[in-house]
Design a protein around this ligand. Structure first.
Ligand code: NAD
Length: 253
């Protein structure tokens, strides 16, 4: 039920961090992988590791998820290489922090573009292929910040973009269920990656506060998303669609 043998899975932002770790999880279960990232060097490094460790085929595509032409190119190149697309993990995301009254329109737009428009564009391009196939699983990475407003954090654009991803997930789940496509979202809490590294490095009051608000009292590690990613990608989750799956050490209870 959890096997991903003969699957082809796309992971955006899969060169490092949570995306790389989820790609590893899928590869371990037998899936071929397409890493889509702006960072070609890191993507190639990740691809080499996956090939060596799991013996799967790995394609890397240097692409920007918020460019409609790139989204279409990712679909084309994946189908050319593997003949199918079984899974899309929309993981690429960015953060720009500022108080609401100080946030520039440029920062607001940059966050919306990658975190929300990118998820829409990639889902649409790949979804058209999945509609033809009459099967597929789309997994969007939102955040606990899409369900609660974590203070003091100064992340208005991030929070709103991630809340948008949750609505996008539910809407696509409803629209595409008749086509055999399932769409779910994972809402992680604080995970130790490059994205959050500077907070953990500088430590201090903010981290202490966040950890004290996490019942499990620690941040998550990237490998702790692998299980849920494999579950949602595979037939093990065949009746799950439109779901918001929290993986946050209990933060949002
Ligand atoms: P990260 O910054 O470590 O990695 C993000 C990757 O996405 C990088 O390889 C980057 O090059 C790529 N990327 C960025 N913009 C892109 C674009 N326009 N097109 C293609 N690739 C692009 O981030 P992470 O911590 O691994 O986070 C991954 C996802 O998980 C993000 O969506 C983030 O919002 C979400 N998330 C992270 C945490 C956390 O605590 N780390 C918590 C909740 C949600």
């Amino acid at each position: 039920q959890f096997s991903l043998a003969n699957y082809a899975s796309i992971v955006t932002g899969g060169a490092v961090g949570l995306g790389k770790s989820m790609a590893e999880g899928l590869a371990e279960m037998g899936s071929d992988i397409v890493i889509v990232d702006l960072n070609a060097a890191k993507a190639d490094e990740a691809a080499r590791e996956l090939r060596e460790r799991y013996g799967v085929r790995v394609l890397t595509i240097e692409a920007n998820v918020c460019d409609p032409n790139d989204a279409e190119r990712v679909r084309e190149e994946t189908v050319r290489a593997f003949g199918r697309i079984d899974v899309l993990i929309n993981n690429a995301g960015i953060v720009r922090n500022a108080k609401a009254e100080d946030m520039t329109y440029e920062d607001w737009t940059a966050v919306m573009d990658v975190n929300l428009n990118g998820v829409f564009l990639m889902s649409q391009a790949v979804g058209r292929e999945m509609i033809r196939q009459r099967r597929g699983s789309i997994i969007n990475i939102s955040s606990m910040s899409g369900t609660i407003v974590n203070t003091p954090q100064n992340q208005i654009a991030y929070n709103v973009s991630k809340a948008g991803v949750i609505s996008l997930t539910k809407t696509l789940a409803a629209e595409w269920a008749p086509h055999g496509i399932r769409v779910n979202t994972i809402a992680p809490g604080y995970m130790k990656t490059e994205l959050t590294e500077k907070f953990f490095r500088t430590g201090g009051e903010l981290i202490e506060r966040w950890m004290s608000m996490t019942p499990m009292g620690r941040p998550g590690m990237p490998h702790e998303l692998q299980g849920i990613a494999v579950y949602l990608a595979s037939e093990a989750s065949s009746f799950a669609t439109g779901g918001v799956f929290s993986v946050d050490g209990g933060y949002t209870v």
